[in-house]
Design a protein around this ligand. Sequence first.
Ligand code: ADP
Length: 790
Amino acid sequence: MVFGRARLVSTSQPAAELPPWEQGPYSIKRHGLSISNCDAEPVQTPGCIQAHGAMLVMRRDDRIIVQVSENSAAILGAAPELLLGASISVVVGVTGELRLRDLMARTATDANPLYAFTMEPRGDAAPLDVSLHTIDGVAIVEFEPVAHGGGIPKDGYELVKAAVGRLRGATDLQHFCTIVAEEFRELTALDRVLVYKFHEDGHGEVVAESRRDDLSPWLGLHYPAADIPQPAREIFRQLWIRPVPDVDGELAELVPLVNPDTGRALTMTYCALRGPSIMYTEYLRNMGVTAGVTMSLRHGDKLWGLIAGHHYSGEAHLPLPVRAACEMLAQIVSLQHQAVEAQEFLGYRLKLEGVHQRLIAQAAREGGLAAMMDGPPMLLDATSATGAALYANGRWSRVGVTPGDDELDALARWIATRTEFQSPTLPVYATDRLADAYPAGASLTAVASGVLAVPLSRSRRSLILWFRAETAQAIRWAGNPDDKPTVPGPHGMRLTPRRSFELFLESVTGRSLPWQSVEIDMALRLRTFVMELVLSHAERVADLNAELVRSNDELDAFAYVASHDLKEPLRGIYKYAHQLRDDAALQGAEQTVKLERLMRLTVRMDSLLDSLLHFSRVGRMALTMEVVDLNSVLAEAIEIVDARRSERRNEIVVPRQLPTAFCDRIRVREILTNLLSNALKYNDKPVCMIEVGFAEPHEQGNTTGRPAGTRGLTAYYVRDNGIGIESRHADQIFNMFKRLHGRDEYGGGTGAGLTIVKRLVQRHGGEVWIDSVPGEGTTFWFTLAQATEH
Ligand code: ADP
């Protein structure tokens, strides 16, 4: 808006037509512009000046005039044809020429306009301020009528000193910018002064303003990057001040248009009188602005922003000393702004770090990362994110506005594949336009146009995500600069603030404010803290585990010894009972029955001891891990349960090929054999239907009873249409010797099968659970840890 021209592609312009400046000597006055080519317009060589002053171009060495503004007769009293080829002394007199020569000899005048002297008028014309700078081997002499300062002191130093004193009192960046706006308005006496900041993506925002009370506020307005095209930005990287004292003023062309010595157009970057772009003046006019001045705010050679002054009540000729003061102040403000920003940056960094440390302390005290979400403080504090989500221990904790669990699952899976996220040194993924890279992000732009993610574990399954909403949703449209009806100029509505804002909104669709480097840094630091915490936690858990393993080992050893040793006397009991029965057959039926019962009991006890023995071995033996084709393992398991299959009609279906898994082949076969044999046993339907399959992590959305820790793992299942299991027994069935039925119902069993299954699955780092509807069937699910985890 402030300096604007737009990048719009006109469909009416024939593609072959060259822009005016490529067709020959160019002047904006003569050729003008169309909205389609303004972005490439040579604003540094417009061939024209603002006609309230006059300009001469002379050779440096002999001070002969080579170019003159066409209005020289009106301002300097001599027409161009009289001046061209003459000495500069014709205009400024011999003393004037000497002064200019001296100035060039003694001072660095290159690209540095300096006030030379004030020339007394001829007749009753106003005195003229003469300034000079050199560029490309020529000297440019500018003549401007002395402005009536209206009581403004001539001493630039005094003006600047007072302003700098007030700037020093600034408490933060916002306060600083507000003082800047106020000081420049005080200095220039313009109706409105704006401090305009460029964001990383090039779009601009009004961060401070000082205005006449009756004007509507523009603070907080945003504008598309195209509003200040690249050529204009380039000029402001080189120039501190740019006045346009009369937006409706005439333009005066240079005579001749190109330097006769070089045949080149004059570089007018540093000319105070340089003719402004037609787009720029049209835009200003559409806003009702009658005069303007722009100053640059830089960090080093980077353009940080602009200070723009607007006047709505006629011309505004700033006296040279005021302009010099503005220029000096703009330089001081640039330096000081950098210091204030660095301080604020440090403050933000410290604040973030403080919050993060408190978060870690909180998580350490409460023994879980999820405590970072319970707050205060919370993950959202200190950052300007709109939402955050943490995935740890198989579940999401969320704060603020975030996508839902399933969307988070999918997003986390996608982020894990990003190269940046996999970096061994700085694993972080940050974007301010998620949907551009992640198609599913298109439906998330309102909450998650911006995402910053760091992993919290080596497997990258635990992570923290911060979200930023779409900028367009967050932007405030404070006030309406369109509230006074304006008549759009020849280029139509485009060059109006309202249209400009609409274009801005288009440009930020699907985008958030970008992540600052300090935010990315602090996210990585938080990650380090969290990982240290997790590590120390893991060490504690490892200690406890070692203890547990020891007592488990002792238990296993005991079970082994007990079952092994008990079998010995049991065999004896059986043998004697056998003999006694043979003898008792002679004595009577009653004793025979008792002895037969005793023998059955010993047989049963023997099989219980076998199960116990086997179970203790399952806990003790080493696994032989390898990549295994589960299809062949299943085929073997089916073969093993073949005998039981012949007992009833049944069908085993495998809907799709099973994947490969990293596991112990024999043990997984045992898992499948147990589950298949149960599925065949506990069934009362005419045809026993069994399905064996698997679900990828993203397919497991609605399996009930799934433990949280199994998210992200492939789950395998054996499903039957059998008698089902009531949910209250869902856990008990995995207990040793737990049977839900009479010993001899459904083919009998020891009640150890599922205990062994569970132990085997756990030995693989997986989990087992069921999903069952009594009377309809049961699905046994189990996971095996991922190959990469080993
Ligand atoms: P068992 O050797 O008795 O089969 P398990 O440990 O294999 O012992 O199973 C424990 C109990 O769980 C069984 O007694 C049975 O009641 C129940 N059960 C196991 N599998 C199924 C199934 N597929 N459908 C219904 N109930 C089952």
